[in-house]
Design a protein around this ligand. Structure first.
Ligand code: SAM
Length: 275
Protein backbone atom coordinates (compact mmCIF):
# COMPACT_ATOMS: atom_id res chain seq x y z
CA UNK A 1 0.00 0.00 0.00
CA UNK A 2 1.29 3.45 -0.89
CA UNK A 3 0.55 7.04 -0.07
CA UNK A 4 0.16 6.94 3.71
CA UNK A 5 -0.85 10.53 4.56
CA UNK A 6 1.26 12.54 7.01
CA UNK A 7 3.44 9.50 7.70
CA UNK A 8 0.68 7.90 9.80
CA UNK A 9 0.61 4.14 10.16
CA UNK A 10 -2.29 2.43 8.37
CA UNK A 11 -5.49 2.90 10.30
CA UNK A 12 -4.19 5.39 12.88
CA UNK A 13 -7.28 7.56 12.42
CA UNK A 14 -10.83 6.61 13.31
CA UNK A 15 -14.16 6.67 11.54
CA UNK A 16 -16.01 9.88 12.45
CA UNK A 17 -12.89 11.96 13.06
CA UNK A 18 -10.87 13.01 9.99
CA UNK A 19 -13.50 11.43 7.73
CA UNK A 20 -17.30 11.06 8.07
CA UNK A 21 -17.55 13.47 11.01
CA UNK A 22 -21.16 13.49 12.24
CA UNK A 23 -20.96 17.28 12.64
CA UNK A 24 -20.07 17.84 8.98
CA UNK A 25 -23.04 19.19 7.02
CA UNK A 26 -24.94 16.43 5.22
CA UNK A 27 -23.41 13.43 7.03
CA UNK A 28 -26.83 12.28 8.26
CA UNK A 29 -28.16 12.46 4.70
CA UNK A 30 -25.20 10.38 3.46
CA UNK A 31 -26.00 7.64 5.99
CA UNK A 32 -29.67 7.84 4.99
CA UNK A 33 -28.79 7.29 1.30
CA UNK A 34 -27.07 4.05 2.36
CA UNK A 35 -30.05 3.13 4.50
CA UNK A 36 -32.45 3.76 1.60
CA UNK A 37 -30.41 1.38 -0.55
CA UNK A 38 -30.13 -1.42 2.02
CA UNK A 39 -32.92 -1.15 4.64
CA UNK A 40 -35.55 -3.27 2.86
CA UNK A 41 -33.07 -6.12 2.43
CA UNK A 42 -31.91 -5.82 6.05
CA UNK A 43 -35.47 -5.78 7.38
CA UNK A 44 -36.49 -8.83 5.35
CA UNK A 45 -33.55 -10.80 6.80
CA UNK A 46 -34.12 -9.64 10.39
CA UNK A 47 -37.81 -10.60 10.20
CA UNK A 48 -36.98 -13.96 8.60
CA UNK A 49 -34.66 -14.63 11.55
CA UNK A 50 -37.57 -14.05 13.91
CA UNK A 51 -37.34 -10.39 14.93
CA UNK A 52 -40.86 -9.61 16.07
CA UNK A 53 -43.13 -9.12 19.07
CA UNK A 54 -41.42 -9.69 22.42
CA UNK A 55 -37.86 -9.30 21.13
CA UNK A 56 -35.34 -7.04 22.86
CA UNK A 57 -32.93 -5.72 20.25
CA UNK A 58 -29.57 -3.97 20.22
CA UNK A 59 -28.55 -1.92 17.17
CA UNK A 60 -24.88 -0.97 17.48
CA UNK A 61 -23.48 1.92 15.45
CA UNK A 62 -27.11 2.77 14.74
CA UNK A 63 -26.31 5.92 12.72
CA UNK A 64 -29.56 7.67 11.86
CA UNK A 65 -31.60 4.84 13.39
CA UNK A 66 -33.57 3.74 10.34
CA UNK A 67 -33.24 0.03 11.17
CA UNK A 68 -33.95 0.61 14.88
CA UNK A 69 -37.16 2.47 14.01
CA UNK A 70 -38.31 -0.06 11.42
CA UNK A 71 -37.77 -2.91 13.91
CA UNK A 72 -40.22 -1.17 16.24
CA UNK A 73 -42.72 0.12 13.67
CA UNK A 74 -42.79 -2.75 11.17
CA UNK A 75 -41.52 -5.85 13.00
CA UNK A 76 -43.25 -4.88 16.26
CA UNK A 77 -40.30 -5.78 18.49
CA UNK A 78 -40.62 -4.93 22.19
CA UNK A 79 -37.63 -2.61 22.42
CA UNK A 80 -34.51 -1.41 20.63
CA UNK A 81 -31.41 -0.03 22.30
CA UNK A 82 -29.75 2.11 19.63
CA UNK A 83 -26.09 2.73 20.46
CA UNK A 84 -23.67 5.03 18.70
CA UNK A 85 -20.48 6.88 19.50
CA UNK A 86 -22.37 10.02 18.47
CA UNK A 87 -26.16 9.98 18.88
CA UNK A 88 -27.03 13.35 17.37
CA UNK A 89 -29.03 11.75 14.54
CA UNK A 90 -30.96 9.45 16.87
CA UNK A 91 -32.46 12.18 19.02
CA UNK A 92 -34.61 13.24 16.07
CA UNK A 93 -36.53 9.97 16.12
CA UNK A 94 -38.37 9.65 19.48
CA UNK A 95 -40.44 6.47 19.39
CA UNK A 96 -42.00 4.25 22.11
CA UNK A 97 -39.62 1.35 22.80
CA UNK A 98 -36.56 3.15 21.43
CA UNK A 99 -33.75 3.82 23.89
CA UNK A 100 -30.69 5.71 22.76
CA UNK A 101 -27.26 5.40 24.34
CA UNK A 102 -24.05 7.19 23.46
CA UNK A 103 -21.19 4.72 23.84
CA UNK A 104 -18.04 3.47 22.17
CA UNK A 105 -18.69 -0.22 21.58
CA UNK A 106 -14.96 -1.01 21.49
CA UNK A 107 -14.46 -0.09 25.14
CA UNK A 108 -14.26 -3.00 27.61
CA UNK A 109 -16.98 -1.48 29.83
CA UNK A 110 -19.58 -1.66 27.03
CA UNK A 111 -21.98 -4.18 28.60
CA UNK A 112 -25.56 -3.14 27.84
CA UNK A 113 -27.18 -6.51 28.74
CA UNK A 114 -28.45 -9.40 26.63
CA UNK A 115 -30.72 -9.26 23.62
CA UNK A 116 -32.60 -11.59 21.28
CA UNK A 117 -31.16 -9.59 18.37
CA UNK A 118 -27.77 -7.92 18.22
CA UNK A 119 -27.34 -6.07 14.92
CA UNK A 120 -24.38 -4.15 13.48
CA UNK A 121 -24.43 -2.81 9.91
CA UNK A 122 -21.51 -0.99 8.25
CA UNK A 123 -19.78 -0.63 11.62
CA UNK A 124 -17.26 -3.43 12.20
CA UNK A 125 -15.55 -2.80 8.85
CA UNK A 126 -14.41 0.54 10.27
CA UNK A 127 -13.14 -0.85 13.59
CA UNK A 128 -9.87 -2.48 14.63
CA UNK A 129 -9.80 -5.82 16.50
CA UNK A 130 -12.68 -7.29 14.49
CA UNK A 131 -12.29 -10.80 15.94
CA UNK A 132 -12.50 -9.47 19.47
CA UNK A 133 -15.52 -7.31 18.55
CA UNK A 134 -17.40 -10.28 17.08
CA UNK A 135 -16.72 -12.32 20.22
CA UNK A 136 -17.81 -9.39 22.41
CA UNK A 137 -21.04 -8.87 20.43
CA UNK A 138 -21.79 -12.61 20.53
CA UNK A 139 -21.66 -12.42 24.32
CA UNK A 140 -24.50 -9.88 24.23
CA UNK A 141 -26.84 -12.35 22.51
CA UNK A 142 -29.38 -14.07 24.77
CA UNK A 143 -29.78 -17.87 24.43
CA UNK A 144 -31.79 -18.59 21.28
CA UNK A 145 -31.09 -15.09 19.95
CA UNK A 146 -29.14 -14.01 16.86
CA UNK A 147 -26.14 -11.87 16.01
CA UNK A 148 -26.50 -10.27 12.57
CA UNK A 149 -23.54 -8.49 10.97
CA UNK A 150 -23.60 -6.61 7.67
CA UNK A 151 -20.65 -4.98 5.98
CA UNK A 152 -19.42 -4.09 2.53
CA UNK A 153 -17.87 -6.50 0.06
CA UNK A 154 -15.64 -5.02 -2.62
CA UNK A 155 -16.55 -6.31 -6.08
CA UNK A 156 -13.83 -4.40 -7.97
CA UNK A 157 -11.49 -7.34 -8.52
CA UNK A 158 -8.39 -7.07 -10.68
CA UNK A 159 -10.46 -8.32 -13.59
CA UNK A 160 -13.24 -5.71 -13.23
CA UNK A 161 -13.43 -3.57 -16.37
CA UNK A 162 -11.38 -0.38 -16.16
CA UNK A 163 -14.05 2.30 -15.83
CA UNK A 164 -13.93 5.65 -14.00
CA UNK A 165 -16.02 3.95 -11.31
CA UNK A 166 -13.69 1.01 -10.65
CA UNK A 167 -10.70 3.37 -10.42
CA UNK A 168 -12.27 5.49 -7.67
CA UNK A 169 -13.65 2.51 -5.78
CA UNK A 170 -10.18 0.98 -5.58
CA UNK A 171 -8.77 4.31 -4.44
CA UNK A 172 -11.55 4.65 -1.85
CA UNK A 173 -10.95 1.25 -0.23
CA UNK A 174 -7.19 1.77 -0.21
CA UNK A 175 -7.42 5.36 1.00
CA UNK A 176 -9.85 4.61 3.82
CA UNK A 177 -7.79 1.66 4.92
CA UNK A 178 -4.71 3.82 5.22
CA UNK A 179 -6.47 6.80 6.79
CA UNK A 180 -8.91 5.26 9.26
CA UNK A 181 -8.34 1.50 9.18
CA UNK A 182 -11.50 0.61 7.23
CA UNK A 183 -10.89 -2.91 5.96
CA UNK A 184 -13.44 -4.93 4.03
CA UNK A 185 -11.00 -7.69 3.01
CA UNK A 186 -11.96 -9.88 5.97
CA UNK A 187 -15.77 -9.44 5.58
CA UNK A 188 -16.16 -12.72 3.63
CA UNK A 189 -14.73 -14.44 6.74
CA UNK A 190 -17.75 -13.45 8.84
CA UNK A 191 -19.40 -16.89 8.76
CA UNK A 192 -16.27 -18.58 10.13
CA UNK A 193 -15.76 -15.81 12.70
CA UNK A 194 -19.36 -16.19 13.92
CA UNK A 195 -18.89 -19.95 14.17
CA UNK A 196 -15.64 -19.38 16.05
CA UNK A 197 -17.54 -17.18 18.50
CA UNK A 198 -19.69 -20.20 19.42
CA UNK A 199 -22.77 -19.38 17.34
CA UNK A 200 -24.75 -22.07 15.47
CA UNK A 201 -26.89 -22.16 12.30
CA UNK A 202 -24.45 -19.73 10.69
CA UNK A 203 -25.22 -18.49 7.17
CA UNK A 204 -24.68 -15.47 4.96
CA UNK A 205 -25.98 -13.70 1.86
CA UNK A 206 -24.95 -10.80 -0.34
CA UNK A 207 -27.10 -8.01 -1.74
CA UNK A 208 -25.85 -5.73 -4.50
CA UNK A 209 -28.08 -2.69 -5.07
CA UNK A 210 -28.47 -1.71 -8.75
CA UNK A 211 -26.17 1.19 -9.57
CA UNK A 212 -28.67 3.26 -11.56
CA UNK A 213 -28.27 6.98 -12.26
CA UNK A 214 -29.91 9.01 -9.47
CA UNK A 215 -30.43 5.96 -7.24
CA UNK A 216 -29.84 6.14 -3.50
CA UNK A 217 -26.75 3.96 -3.79
CA UNK A 218 -25.24 6.15 -6.54
CA UNK A 219 -25.80 9.24 -4.42
CA UNK A 220 -24.32 7.42 -1.42
CA UNK A 221 -21.10 6.67 -3.32
CA UNK A 222 -20.86 10.19 -4.78
CA UNK A 223 -21.18 11.66 -1.29
CA UNK A 224 -18.79 9.10 0.23
CA UNK A 225 -16.13 9.86 -2.40
CA UNK A 226 -16.46 13.59 -1.80
CA UNK A 227 -16.04 13.18 1.95
CA UNK A 228 -13.04 10.87 1.58
CA UNK A 229 -11.48 12.80 -1.32
CA UNK A 230 -8.25 13.61 0.57
CA UNK A 231 -7.66 9.97 1.52
CA UNK A 232 -8.37 8.85 -2.05
CA UNK A 233 -6.04 11.42 -3.64
CA UNK A 234 -3.31 10.45 -1.17
CA UNK A 235 -3.24 6.92 -2.63
CA UNK A 236 -1.91 8.30 -5.92
CA UNK A 237 -4.39 6.02 -7.73
CA UNK A 238 -6.69 8.90 -8.75
CA UNK A 239 -6.56 12.65 -9.19
CA UNK A 240 -9.32 15.28 -9.01
CA UNK A 241 -10.14 14.82 -12.69
CA UNK A 242 -10.57 11.06 -12.23
CA UNK A 243 -12.86 11.61 -9.28
CA UNK A 244 -14.99 14.11 -11.18
CA UNK A 245 -15.15 11.68 -14.13
CA UNK A 246 -16.42 8.93 -11.81
CA UNK A 247 -19.20 11.17 -10.48
CA UNK A 248 -20.25 12.04 -14.04
CA UNK A 249 -20.10 8.35 -14.96
CA UNK A 250 -22.44 7.10 -12.19
CA UNK A 251 -24.88 9.91 -13.01
CA UNK A 252 -24.95 8.91 -16.68
CA UNK A 253 -26.59 6.26 -18.80
CA UNK A 254 -23.04 5.08 -19.62
CA UNK A 255 -22.77 3.60 -16.14
CA UNK A 256 -22.47 -0.17 -16.25
CA UNK A 257 -20.90 -1.32 -13.00
CA UNK A 258 -21.42 -3.28 -9.81
CA UNK A 259 -21.90 -1.41 -6.58
CA UNK A 260 -20.06 -2.75 -3.58
CA UNK A 261 -22.31 -5.39 -2.08
CA UNK A 262 -23.55 -5.83 1.45
CA UNK A 263 -22.71 -9.17 3.02
CA UNK A 264 -25.05 -10.11 5.85
CA UNK A 265 -24.00 -12.99 8.08
CA UNK A 266 -25.76 -14.36 11.11
CA UNK A 267 -25.49 -17.00 13.80
CA UNK A 268 -27.68 -18.16 16.67
CA UNK A 269 -26.73 -18.56 20.33
CA UNK A 270 -27.52 -22.13 21.45
CA UNK A 271 -30.49 -22.44 23.81
CA UNK A 272 -28.54 -24.71 26.19
CA UNK A 273 -26.50 -21.66 27.25
CA UNK A 274 -29.59 -20.72 29.30
CA UNK A 275 -28.28 -22.82 32.16
C1 SAM B 1 -21.60 3.90 8.20
S1 SAM B 1 -22.49 4.35 9.64
C2 SAM B 1 -23.73 3.04 9.66
C3 SAM B 1 -24.99 3.47 10.36
C4 SAM B 1 -26.11 2.41 10.42
N1 SAM B 1 -25.69 1.21 11.10
C5 SAM B 1 -26.62 2.09 9.04
O1 SAM B 1 -26.25 1.03 8.49
O2 SAM B 1 -27.37 2.89 8.47
C6 SAM B 1 -21.41 3.81 10.97
C7 SAM B 1 -21.91 4.23 12.33
O3 SAM B 1 -21.13 3.57 13.34
C8 SAM B 1 -20.84 4.49 14.36
N2 SAM B 1 -19.60 4.07 15.05
C9 SAM B 1 -18.35 4.02 14.52
N3 SAM B 1 -17.48 3.59 15.45
C10 SAM B 1 -18.19 3.36 16.58
C11 SAM B 1 -17.85 2.89 17.88
N4 SAM B 1 -16.58 2.60 18.19
N5 SAM B 1 -18.83 2.77 18.81
C12 SAM B 1 -20.12 3.08 18.49
N6 SAM B 1 -20.50 3.51 17.27
C13 SAM B 1 -19.55 3.66 16.32
C14 SAM B 1 -20.70 5.81 13.65
O4 SAM B 1 -20.84 6.91 14.53
C15 SAM B 1 -21.81 5.72 12.61
O5 SAM B 1 -23.02 6.22 13.09
Amino acid sequence: MTGTPCGAAAGDGRYGEAFFRPGQAGEGERIDFGALAYDDFTMARLRALGAGPGWRCLDVGAGTGTVSCRLLREAGVASVLAVDRDVRFLGDRPLPGLDVREADITLPDFAPGRFQLVHARFVLMHLPERDRMITALAELVAPGGVLVLSDAVDLTSDRAPGTPYTAVMRAMWQGLRTAIGTDVSWVPSYPQLLRGAGLKSVAAEIYVPPLLPGSAISRFWEDTWERSRAAMLATGLVDDAAMDAAVRYVKSEECAALSAGMLTAWGRKPEEDAA
